[in-house]
Design a protein around this ligand. Structure first.
Ligand SMILES: Nc1ncnc2c1ncn2[C@@H]1O[C@H](COP(=O)(O)OP(=O)(O)OP(=O)(O)O)[C@@H](O)[C@H]1O
Ligand SMILES: [Mg+2]
Length: 366
């Protein structure tokens, strides 16, 4: 029987964004610290500490928690819920996400309640009564928690306060910004206490090299990636902030380039070529999560920028039933918050000038 063996990749999936390795080198200490906080809460629900993880992009924060959640699900009675606040950024959304997971995992034979036409309080009461009955221990990860603030921050208060009703709930909050809670209502902040802080720092060059080597070993056929290419990639990824996401995307693209030129060897040249795209890896991962409304808006911004009033006209012309002025500005502010665009006032009393911070192809290629 004919079987095709890829001359470049052994297991390409290892380089895909959703892949969680069985081992995260150089994050053992952080993973151990987080796991032990959760485990001691499992043993003694009276002594829960919430967990606050912060650090620069691509340093393994999300990967660590997903890794821990996989183990929790396999080995303990905890009920882990992962929520990306970039997608779900209201208190209603968060509570519904927890209910949804609860019914899916804990009550699989019952119908998942609908959120349509249900008030927040009603939904929250349903969660409380189900948690009381089931006695599961929810460990809720709010990744990119800065997107929940300030609009959805009340939910942090509501979930933390459940402990007063003897319902143990542990929150894990992840963000890039160590000071994200600085301007949050003190009442909400104090409800989150006690909090254990787990800082994630950027990888050193040696750590990066080893992380890349291990990925290469699993992802590529033996001998395909030059040692020099690994060294070069590690150096650049460290210069760019120690971001493994950039390294991973670059390897994937460099592998494809090596295939295209038919020699099936990944060289420094391939890495260089691939890197020019991968620097937008984080931006791409954000664009992938935009709603269709947001994507339509950003796709209309011309490469060399546009003043807001003109943009509004353009938008309404293309989407006559699209959002109005105030909402359009709200969406643009969100895009600016994600770092995809910049809005600056020009001239005295002038209007906003909107500029793209990423090449257009990033959102037109998707
Ligand atoms: N120590 C490591 N070993 C192997 N792979 C890693 C390691 N750290 C990160 N990665 C990989 O790098 C990529 C980015 O990691 P992750 O998504 O966890 O970053 P993050 O810290 O959550 O970044 P952001 O703040 O941008 O969300 C993932 O593909 C992840 O598997
Ligand atoms: Mg992350």
């Amino acid at each position: 029987m004919y079987s095709y063996e890829d001359p470049v990749f052994r297991q390409k999936e290892v380089l895909f964004p959703d892949y969680i390795p069985d081992h995260l080198p150089h994050r053992e200490k952080e993973i151990k610290a987080i796991s032990s906080i959760i485990n001691s809460a499992l043993k003694n629900p009276e002594s829960i500490s919430n967990i606050f993880i912060f650090g620069p992009p691509g340093t393994g924060k999300t990967a660590s928690v997903k890794f821990i959640f996989r183990k929790l699900e396999e080995e303990t009675a905890a009920f882990p819920v992962y929520i990306n606040c970039f997608r779900i950024n209201t208190r209603m959304g968060v509570v519904y996400a927890v209910i949804f997971e609860f019914f899916r995992k804990v009550r699989p034979t019952r119908r998942i309640p609908s959120r349509r036409g249900v008030a927040y309080d009603e939904l929250f009461d349903l969660l409380v009564s189900e948690l009381k009955k089931s006695r599961v221990f929810p460990v809720i990860c709010l990744d990119e928690v800065d997107h929940l603030l300030p609009r959805g921050s009340e939910v942090l208060y509501d979930l933390s306060r459940l402990r007063e009703e003897s319902i143990p709930v542990q929150l894990i909050m992840i963000t890039n910004d160590q000071f994200v809670f600085m301007n949050v209502d003190p009442r909400i902040k104090s409800s989150l206490r006690p909090v254990e802080e787990i800082p994630y720092r950027a990888y050193t060059i040696d750590e990066m090299k080893e992380i890349i080597r291990i990925r290469v070993e699993f992802a590529f056929q033996k001998g395909v990636v030059d040692e020099e290419a690994v060294e070069y990639l590690a150096e650049v990824a460290c210069e760019m902030g120690g971001d493994v996401r950039i390294a991973r995307e670059t390897l994937l693209r460099a592998g494809e380039l090596a295939r295209q030129d038919g020699k099936f060897r990944v060289t420094v040249e391939h890495i260089k070529q691939a890197l020019s795209e991968s620097q937008f890896a984080k931006a791409k991962s954000i664009v992938e999560q935009l709603s269709s409304k947001e994507r339509k808006i950003i796709s209309l911004i011309p490469e060399n920028g546009i003043f807001y009033p003109e943009f509004y006209e353009l938008y309404r012309r293309v989407y006559p039933s699209g959002v109005r002025d105030r909402m359009l500005r709200y969406y643009l502010e969100r895009l600016a918050k994600y770092g995809l665009i910049t809005m600056e006032r020009r001239g005295i009393g002038g209007s906003y000038f909107i500029r793209l911070n990423v090449p257009r192809r990033i959102f037109t290629q998707l």
